[in-house]
Write a protein that binds this ligand. Sequence first.
Ligand code: DGJ
Length: 639
Amino acid sequence: MRTKGGHSAVGLHYKSHQIIDGKPKLEGLPASFPGEEACQTLILTCEDPELKLEAELLYTVFEKEDIITRSVRIVNRNTEDIYLTRVYSACIDMDARDYELLTLHGSWARERQIERRKIGFGKQSVDSVKGESSHQEHPFIAWMSPETTQTQGEVYAMHFVYSGNFHAQIEKTQFESIRAIMGINDEDFCWKLGKDEAFTAPEVVLTYSAQGLGTMTRHLHDFYREHMIRSKYTHCKRPILINNWEATYFDFDTEKLLAIAKRASELGIEMLVMDDGWFGHRNDDATSLGDWFVNEKKITGGLKHLVDEVNKLGLKFGIWMEPEMISPDSELYRAHPDWAIAIPGRTPVLSRNQYVLDLSRKEVRDYVYDAISKILHSANIEYVKWDMNRQLTDIGSAALPADRQGELYHRYVLGVYELQERLITEFPDLLLENCSGGGARFDPGMLYYSPQIWCSDDTDAVERLKIQEGTALMYPLSAIGAHISVCPNHTVGRNTPFETRGNVTLAGTFGYELDITKIPQEDQEMIPKQVEMYHKYSDLVREGDYYRIASYRENHEFDCYMVTSKDRKEALVTFVQVIGRPNFHSRCVRLQGLNPDWNYRIEGTDGTFGGDALMNAGLMVESLWGDAQSRLYHLIAEV
Ligand code: DGJ
């Protein structure tokens, strides 16, 4: 904080409190909502009488999911302006035990890798100053007793409902206590607050589990499904899509897309998604972002014609857009060079040959929104993939005064939220999938607008095991965008069986990303079986309780997880043998989440086993020959 006099001291003291039914909305921000469950909110008002600054601390309790949310609203009651230089959203102090810290790190094609380490004295943090939640670090921290596993141990966690710069820190102090904080990163943050103006800091989701990480995960999954994702698709089967990105990259036209759509419809796929390259004169990543009009040289006959033809084949149609960006080679940039985020006098850094639009400006947001809306009105488009392919740099807005430049990062995120809110309000039936160069903006904030988010550009089945394990630590499988692609895999060059690619993709939204007309005949023939598998298990995977049984990340040999229906009458176990082991004939995996008193039949076999036996002795996995081999076991309770 800075006053006009340049001072930074602030002393907030209790002023009043109230407990209200329900949960107030956070203006302009994504936030959890009560849903079916009644909840109450404690509003604690603190005040600095010298500064006439008020801070409202909002705590909402979600009893069923063992979750408390916390956000902060700062109000300036002074006649003088105040500059907020740091507003974190939550802080927890507790006695330090021998805790370990769990964080998620990553990179493009390697998002959300789980890491655990001992918490030493001093401060340990993860953050982002990339303008988005980022590939590199995730706005989540958990701290736990060292013996904590999936099934035992105490875990505390914080998850930030925000899609921009964040800071999450844990500190072990001189008095051997722990202080955990989370909020908007204060780097380059400075928010001017005039008289009676308010600033709302985004929400943090706080949770605790006394039964290990697995319980934490299931609490978060339930919480996000019931209290964060608003889409009508949350509890609905999503159409199986085929996306042309890895199939064609920029090299496509109407004819190619229709050939893919035709074969896809024959095999039971339900939607064609046209990815990057359909607008302006975009044949590579160097041009046309911002020029959202159809390139009729490629899309001969126009967009409506293409969509109608795809619909005639019995498929829905979806489209890719990257609304937040501007290419220097675009009509938009030539008309409005000042719409790009840049610092006067400096040439901004290009990344993927593009700049970022200054979404803090209303006229820019209106242009972007009109462009999206026009496209969506021009044809029967039922799905949008909203991409964002670079991080923010050269933080400067041509429209903000000098003392508000420090607001740009946050105003940008608010601009994204406003645009997506307008979109889903005008098109309530639209299925929106967020994406950011793979999974760089996979966060609870984006889930408020889209029920699913593209998880990673890495579609290799083995890499996906680790990426999806980290993602599913917090997010329900129904939110995780996953596609089957070709081999050798375009990112890592690895070959895996088509069947395993399908089984791994089942733990997500399920789709294809390949040229279906070119893949081997036997793979094409497997697609109807995979489609059937998806329809059979989709409700279970989307709505069920997720249990992590074994982790390839930890054991370097095999991966295993399962989903159990809420009534425990059905479960699906996925086992992947990543590396075959010589002279090793069977492996037992101890299941979880079954009813110990019931017997379960394993579909496709004569085997019936007690739930207690499957959980204590384990399920015997048949001997598999080769690397990246997988099996699904469908368990049905005999009750
Ligand atoms: C990044 C996305 O993650 C990909 O799926 C694809 O849409 C490309 N962008 C297109 O440019």
